[in-house]
Design a protein around this ligand. Structure first.
Ligand code: FES
Length: 121
């Protein structure tokens, strides 16, 4: 197992993303709230730069007792990253594609230490 330094904790505001090269592949490291994430930066659709996409709560349907749609809202618990090229959305924790969870971007553990943020692979 190896580790890659991604940056100092204070350098990661909500809009800052860092690319770390792991075994020849780009991995994007970002912060969503208080949590850090590391996700493969190559979209499974056509190779787009996933790490340049929006990070947002998953859109969830709110249904009534008859299973009719009442409204849609953004989840506070489930966060996605959306590829900027054609909108494929991936769960930022598991890497699962929203349209077919069998397809997954690789995700990596992240450790936050006093001296910085590290991706473990
Ligand atoms: S390349 Fe990412 S959605 Fe098409």
């Amino acid at each position: 197992m190896a580790e890659w330094f991604a940056g100092r904790v204070e350098d990661f505001t909500e809009d800052v993303r860092t690319i770390v090269e792991i075994d020849g592949s780009d991995v994007v490291v970002l912060r969503a709230g208080e949590k850090f994430h590391a996700v493969a930066n190559t979209c499974l659709h056509m190779g787009g730069p996933v790490g340049e996409g929006l990070v947002m709560g998953r859109v969830c349907a709110v249904l009534d007792e008859q299973k009719r749609l009442v409204r849609e809202e953004f989840s506070q618990d489930s966060v996605q990253i959306v590829c900027p090229w054609h909108g494929w959305a991936y769960d930022i924790d598991s890497g699962a594609f929203a349209g077919d969870e069998r397809l997954r971007l690789r995700t990596y553990p992240v450790q936050v230490r006093e001296d910085g943020v590290y991706v473990i692979a």
